[in-house]
Design a protein around this ligand. Structure first.
Ligand SMILES: [Zn+2]
Length: 76
């Protein structure tokens, strides 16, 4: 199974991890509320997981647009 990190703002694929078994507690997901997890993690039909975080470009945009600040619960 693969973990695919995509930017949830622009859709850019940031990275991909291939792991036979993924322990989500190792990724820090257990630190998130279940609501955040539902928003961040998409389970794809082929068993892969897509993790929606934020890319560097959008992070810069957010920095200069603090009104978006309430959205930035991403892991970095
Ligand atoms: Zn982005």
């Amino acid at each position: 199974m693969s973990l695919i990190y995509t930017c949830r703002h622009c859709g850019h694929e940031i990275g991909k991890l291939d792991e036979p078994v993924i322990d989500t507690s190792m990724l820090g997901f257990d630190q998130l509320s279940s609501e955040d997890r539902e928003q961040m993690i998409q389970y794809l039909e082929n068993g892969d997981m897509e993790i929606q975080i934020i890319c560097e470009d959008c992070q810069e945009t957010l920095k200069s647009n603090p009104q978006y600040h309430e959205l930035d619960f991403f892991i970095q």
